[in-house]
Design a protein around this ligand. Structure first.
Ligand code: MLT
Length: 341
């Protein structure tokens, strides 16, 4: 077993004893961009989740900072509102001593008619090391990655993918269940418009879980079976015997016309409440990527109940994003980060 110290220096009095264990000497993380779970193999996913577990310890320290990415510049380029994801990436970068800059849609020159590529080329000319991008159009980070040689991390593109959310979800399931392979995962709600659903369908099935879904027909994407998931007619059926119950928000911002008669009716038929949860395994965990619409897709007694791991997801978000920044910048490859130490 190879053990790599993530920033094996003790500059400025910080002792870095975060260990990244690699069980396979031949493996090197092969990606400079994280555009989607689709591009990640099961081995890549396992490596990211192991690395995140090592980094989690830094957030428990009284001084939550290591010099691993000192001298690196991380730009948060967000064209859609975000609190949790943007803050989580920013905290992750700062805990590793990177310099961070936030550019949001309202402050970017795209408001003045500049194209996305021009904005990106201009940012690139200032030599950042990583661009973290959120955009309402599916494929925007992929487009960016074709035009700039800076590392790109997709922080959510339209209804397409949200890879870091899926990775933090998998980390959380691993913490509570010890495995992903063979688990029954129920995903309830607006699947068709949810990038979290898409990334999780790919990620969890790739890691050997079985996915069962329920929600209004108008919220189901076509060709579900192609993804190897099972569509259930009722929430109760999807949740029956589940190890993990993942509840999704209705993505009203991505629906041109209302696809359900009313929120009240949605909540009555598809809302996850205590009665629904009784169908799951006694030790099932409840997840939600946030923001929660309390009383619509999820009842407060379940969201705040003892089986809820929603805040663990948020905590793991920082660790997973630290791991992603570290790995895309070459962490684990000999000498790759030396310039930043
Ligand atoms: C997202 O950005 O997709 C969120 O994390 C989930 C949501 O907005 O419902």
């Amino acid at each position: 077993m190879k053990i790599l110290a993530a920033g094996s220096v003790s500059s400025a009095g910080f002792h870095i004893n975060v260990m990244v264990h690699m069980s396979d000497n031949d493996y090197t993380f092969p990606h400079r961009n994280i555009l989607g779970i689709e591009q990640l193999s099961a081995r890549d996913i396992t490596h990211i989740l192991d690395t995140a577990k090592s980094f989690r310890e830094i957030s428990e320290r009284p001084i939550k900072k290591v010099p691993t990415l000192r001298g690196k510049t991380v730009v948060n380029l967000f064209f859609e509102p975000s609190t949790r994801t943007r803050m989580s990436f920013e905290i992750a970068a700062k805990r590793m001593s990177a310099d961070t800059f936030n550019i949001s849609a309202s402050t970017s020159s795209t408001q003045k008619g500049e194209t996305l590529i021009d904005t990106a080329q201009n940012i690139r000319a200032m030599k950042p090391d990583v661009i973290i991008m959120r955009h309402s159009s599916s494929g925007a980070p992929q487009l960016l990655a074709r035009h700039v040689d800076t590392c790109i991390i997709n922080a959510g593109d339209g209804a397409h993918e949200h890879p870091s959310q899926s990775l933090l979800d998998m980390r959380t399931v691993l913490d509570h269940k010890g495995r992903i392979n063979g688990l029954k995962v129920a995903i309830i709600g607006d699947i068709a418009h949810s990038r979290v659903a898409m990334s999780n369908i790919i990620g969890f099935t790739r890691m050997g879980a079985q996915i069962f879904m329920a929600g209004p027909r108008t919220f189901m994407p076509p060709c579900l079976e192609e993804f190897g998931v099972t569509f259930c007619n009722t929430v109760q059926e999807a949740v029956r015997g589940a190890d993990v119950v993942m509840v999704l928000r209705i993505q009203l911002e991505r629906q041109n016309d209302p696809l359900i008669p009313s929120l009240r009716e949605y909540s009555r038929i598809f809302g996850v409440n205590r009665d629904v949860i009784r169908e799951a395994k006694p030790d099932a965990i409840i997840m939600h990527p946030g923001p929660i619409n309390r009383g619509v897709e999820l009842n407060p007694d379940v969201a705040d109940g003892k089986r809820s791991v929603i805040l663990d997801q948020v905590t793991n978000g920082v660790a997973v994003r630290m791991a992603l920044l570290y790995l895309v910048l070459g962490g684990g490859r000999e000498d790759a980060l030396q310039g930043g130490q």
